[in-house]
Design a protein around this ligand. Sequence first.
Ligand SMILES: Nc1nc2c(ncn2[C@@H]2O[C@H](COP(=O)(O)OP(=O)(O)OP(=O)(O)O)[C@@H](O)[C@H]2O)c(=O)[nH]1
Ligand SMILES: [Zn+2]
Length: 203
Amino acid sequence: MVAAPHAEYIDSCDLPTPWGTFRLHGFIDRATGKEHVVLTLGDLANGGPVLARVHSECLTGDALFSQRCDCGAQLEDALRRIAAEGRGMVLYLRQEGRGIGLINKIRAYHLQDTGADTVEANEALGFAADLRGYGLCQSMLAHFGVTALRLMTNNPAKVVALQKLGIAVSERQSILVGHNACNRRYLLTKQDKLGHFIDTAGK
Ligand SMILES: Nc1nc2c(ncn2[C@@H]2O[C@H](COP(=O)(O)OP(=O)(O)OP(=O)(O)O)[C@@H](O)[C@H]2O)c(=O)[nH]1
Ligand SMILES: [Zn+2]
């Protein structure tokens, strides 16, 4: 049996944000050397399922204000919603470009500039549409004593992947923000080819 990837907890600090002061926790996947972070707010171990976002790194959307996707707006909305509730967490997984990495995502965007959709671009580069894994979430959640999530996502495959890891997802909450003219085709492709629950009608 292949062991699930393990994220080793390293250290934590305060992280003041416009919506409240979160705790920022650093983890390392020793197998790959990759660094990951978890943002938390409130008492997670006690009480019911935790309001959570499992967010995949998107440097262009999360940090560079790209309008090609909805990632930055989703990250911000998740932090807002957690702050409003006073309790929750964001698992920020460093699997850029649905797992193909930043440079390959730039290559994929280049292909999309000339007509390919997000899935066709990945395939033209020799990758599957989505190479992400969520195994690290197991050890990250165990560190905080969290066993059940109310997950903010539009991606049914993410819910199934977490459930297969033994993580209870008691509820899926939509996170429909950041839609614009630049990412309309991208969102439609995610809906049609990747099964995301996104109602782009009229957007
Ligand atoms: N390869 C590739 N990756 C992309 C592209 N656009 C965004 N990404 C990456 O896709 C990941 C986010 O996945 P999404 O499909 O937007 O959302 P999700 O996490 O599956 O689902 P939600 O929880 O609903 O946001 C991040 O790692 C982004 O870097 C693209 O055109 N090509
Ligand atoms: Zn993005």
